[in-house]
Design a protein around this ligand. Sequence first.
Ligand code: PLP
Length: 374
Amino acid sequence: MIYLDNAATTRVFDNAVDAAANAMRIGFFNPNATYRASVDANAEMERARNALAAAVGAKSDEIYFTSCATEANNWAIERGRKRIKGNVVITAGEHASVYEAAMQLKSRGIDVRVVPLTRGGQVDGDALLAAVDKETALVSVIHVSNETGAVNHIKKLAAAVKAKSPTTVFHSDGVQAVLKTREPISSLGVDLYSASAHKIGAPKGIGFLYVRRGFGIAPLLYGGGQEKNLRSGTQNTPYIAAFAAAAEDFARSADINKIAAIRDRLSEHFIKNGCEIVGSGPNSGFVLCVHVPEVKAEILQNIASDNGVIIGKGSACSGSKRGNRVLGAMGLSEKAAECCIRLSFFVDTELDAALDAARIITECADRIRSGHVK
Ligand code: PLP
């Protein structure tokens, strides 16, 4: 089986499995109790926080663990705003966990402005700045698109937004960017930044919100006051340990140039076989979105899977929803968007296997078009 749906989730690194298993078997104590074993579990959690912070380029007191990036994004959108009545600016390329959270604000009467994308898949920077005014409470721009891998220049955009409106809060969804663009979070000039563990070789169900030191955010969840009173709920110490172990493994083993070269070779193959690459311009290298004319992605995904190749179509989280909001915002028709597949890579993706997969995909597409599907 060749697995090319790593933007949906990745396999878990062995070190991360071991770290989680140790924390479950040995260090299972509640990290917030006061006896010795718990103090040790807490110290282990703080060691993991330090290692993770160092890997992603943040200070450890800026990392607040959450149950997932969906929670981190909701937290940022709901509670990151200082001006509660001010407008909110997001992009048409946001993941559902930002987009739908913003739509909740809209349903409560808040002016939510959705900025268009370019054909390449990046946010239109001029339109973003035009949408920001002195009343803008929060801007949220996805760092790397989960649909196309398109990279937004967060450092430049955050600086431009702050220059126009210094009190506007800047949040970025960094789920597909963390450790992949190799930009330290602290270098981006953002106030808030979301991450998820299961895109970098750790289990599902753990994420964090980076909260810039000195930036006050109100909690989304109230209760026992864990995470310095900002995120109540007993911390998931096994997955926190796994998150840190995976971040270290990923940082050590990811050859970003190798991944980008695989993406380039696959792009050539698909273009030669009558397909189009969706999006252009800066790309993380980890995601390749391909329009396969006249072949519905859902059918191709099933036939490819029967032939040992696992690929994505659109965002896995919204796999059951009709239409594709992000590809539509890039100018694709609904029909074209239905024919787009997503291939996404991990540190262990090898060129030969990826090229085999690409060949199998285009063969399956030919068979579907000619009605010879088995
Ligand atoms: N943001 C982006 C860009 C994603 O790709 C995903 C997951 O697919 C999420 C947010 C949600 O992450 P989680 O599964 O941790 O809630």
